[in-house]
Design a protein around this ligand. Structure first.
Ligand SMILES: NC(=O)c1ccc[n+]([C@@H]2O[C@H](COP(=O)([O-])OP(=O)(O)OC[C@H]3O[C@@H](n4cnc5c(N)ncnc54)[C@H](O)[C@@H]3O)[C@@H](O)[C@H]2O)c1
Length: 292
């Protein structure tokens, strides 16, 4: 793990940048919005609720991130108003909704499907937001753009809110899956994520956490990690963990542990595997050597 400090000079380059973000009306998204505005960026925020602040460089578009058409409209607004988008932050989130050890039945006594709202907001909509950002960036040669995903400390832990933890592992998985693809792009495309520990927000009220004896941090701390991930153009596939006001980059160390045990993922082998699987037909291609 690499401890980080984030100085003002590290994030000054965001002046004049166009940033689309979701969940900007409260907590980490609101703190990020305020920091970006202070740095001179232009912010286009999509949220189900209006923001509690107004600014001539802030546009709010009422958006439910689980609605594809709302997300399309959010990015279209940014593009039409500013002509380009430099960064997108997929941040809107909710806490857990499902209890996978609870029985709930319909009127005929059949077991009901679990509540997937948290997976919809915290994973499916995050991927959709990133996908839209990448779509716009790919057509912005030569500048490209960068995606920042709000993951969580629960992306790498046994956190007992299982649907939330599943979604946050998925967010980290999406970043890991995308990095090798973005590195091949002729347009500069970056993707990074933040992993906040307990942070005082609408989702995590300060009093509740403190009553449980747990230290928290201000969302202003987390906002600086978002800004760094956007501003530092050398960052690709990084995960910044923040806790009690301190920062660490943790992805490189985690991947190094895996590589030490399993060896590096050989891109040339992957190319061959995918080519052969594709030749095996439209069924999706059974991988060579597998029986399914
Ligand atoms: N607070 C923490 O301790 C903590 C820790 C790790 C990660 N996170 C993550 O940070 C992100 C922001 O959460 P927060 O803690 O600031 O909570 P918050 O409740 O203060 O903010 C969440 C924002 O998302 C918006 N939102 C929720 N559902 C939406 C939808 N369907 N469409 C559009 N907007 C929607 C809300 O209106 C709100 O403005 C989430 O992804 C959360 O999982 C929070």
């Amino acid at each position: 793990m690499t401890a980080l400090t984030i100085e003002d000079k590290d994030i000054q380059s965001l002046t004049g940048k166009i940033v689309v973000l979701t969940g900007g009306s409260s907590g980490i998204g609101l703190a990020t919005t305020k920091l970006l505005l202070k740095l001179g960026a232009l912010v286009i925020s999509g949220d189900i609720n209006p923001p509690p602040v107004e600014h001539d460089r802030l546009s709010f578009i009422k958006s439910n991130v689980t609605q594809w058409s709302d997300l399309v409209a959010l990015f279209d607004h940014a593009k039409e108003r500013h002509g380009r988008i430099d960064h997108a932050l997929a941040n809107a989130g909710v806490s857990g909704r499902a209890d996978y050890l609870e029985d709930k039945f319909d009127e005929s006594g059949k077991l009901l499907e679990p509540n997937h709202e948290t997976l919809d907001v915290n994973l499916r909509a995050v991927i959709n937001t990133a996908y839209l950002g990448l779509h716009h960036f790919r057509h912005q040669e030569p500048a490209g753009g960068s995606i920042v995903l709000t993951a969580s400390a629960s992306s790498i832990q046994r956190f007992r809110i299982a649907d939330y933890t599943t979604a946050k592992h998925g967010v980290l998985g999406f970043m890991r899956g995308m990095v090798p693809n973005l590195e091949r792009s002729s347009v500069p495309l970056r993707i990074n994520a933040l992993a906040p520990g307990w942070t005082e927000t609408g989702m995590v009220p300060k009093g509740v956490i403190e009553a449980a004896g747990q230290a928290t941090q201000s969302p202003d701390v987390v906002a600086r990690s978002v800004a760094l991930l956007m501003a530092d153009e050398t960052y690709q596939g990084k995960l910044i963990y923040s806790n009690e006001g301190k920062y660490w980059e943790i992805e490189d160390a985690m991947l190094k542990t895996v590589v030490d045990i399993m060896g590096a993922n050989d891109d040339a082998v992957m190319d061959k595997v995918m080519k052969m699987a594709a030749q095996n037909g439209p069924s999706g291609g059974s991988l060579p050597g597998s029986s399914n």
